[in-house]
Design a protein around this ligand. Sequence first.
Ligand SMILES: [Zn+2]
Length: 403
Amino acid sequence: MSTLDKENISAQELSDFLQEIFRQDQSDPARTKAYDCHEKLLARQGDFLGSELEDAYWDSLSREALHIAQIEAAMKHDHESALKYVRLALDYAGRVQSGFYTFDWINYLKGTEAYLLSDAERLQAIAEGCDANRNVLQNLLRGLRQSGAPDYARDYSAVSAGASLQDLMPQENIEHLQRLLNLENIGRADPTEVAWQLALHHYPELAEVVREKDTSSRFDGGSIVCPLNEDEPVGIKYNNFDLSVIEELMQHRPKSVQLVAERLGIPRESMTPLLLKTFIFLHEVGHTYDYITRFLRPLREGQDPLPKTYATADWRTRFQDELAALPIPNMAPSQLRMFSIFAPLPELARQQGAKEEVIRRAEQDAEAVLQEQEEAYKRGESEQRADDFATKILREDILRNNA
Ligand SMILES: [Zn+2]
């Protein structure tokens, strides 16, 4: 076993620990586990200092501290205590050294701090210069201006409550959907459910798909579950994200948000967490539609005795071909991002047999190559088809901006 292997094992263990903390944090939508998670992280500080994962560690601590601040403010109405935790979150965030913090987290924390100090002017200045969480900060600002004092539960919930259909679309579009789906009073319905009903309405072949909620992964929107044999259904696992998680995702992936907005034909500012969540869900449904219509159906029509088994094999082959064609071959972008925390990107690129020119660019600007990997992946056939599926339903029936 080489030294590198040993380092990887221990980095793996630390990474698992951070993921487990995150799972716990997310296991309760009210984030009441944040206190416990924060303690557990502090107890392992010695293991992370000086390790490859030190930045990820401070990042986790910073997030737990903010979650505690949010509970102190929203549930206990203790804005004083919330302020202490926001400052602690800022202190942790300030220890992150690398480009790991490519997003606007620190501004978000500073804006929250200004809010808790009732400093509307400072909050406004921060909100204007902040891409990430701008709408949260603007809601906080609006509340502060209206009443002169912070009331976090009231002002923050202006965002987090945005989880029903009427938060996603104007009343006339809701009426259109009600007529289309022959339903009544769906204004308060969960948009994911309505999106599913719409998909079924337009594509009845989806009726055989079994849906399953999956909350095990942080930023993973979900995935198709291909049947391994004839007895298994075509499945979809999807993440019924809390909108605050989408809010975070939008910070990490500004480019992706921009691309989705362009596809939908709307300005970037109109991309809300709820709209993106609905897009992500429909994208996953799009994968199952692609599987059923292009892989499974021809085999069924050809009377193949094992249609699901072979459809899944063909599906995997296509996926592997797509991965093989990426700048850094045979590694999905999310996986690459994860591994790039443990090992330098040029080294990973070399191991995966990337072209010299890609390795060189990875040496100069790792983040740019990570983004290229993501963009190349998205241009692949399966991603394009899933995006097309989601785009069509959103444009025609939810946003109705295709006319
Ligand atoms: Zn996909």
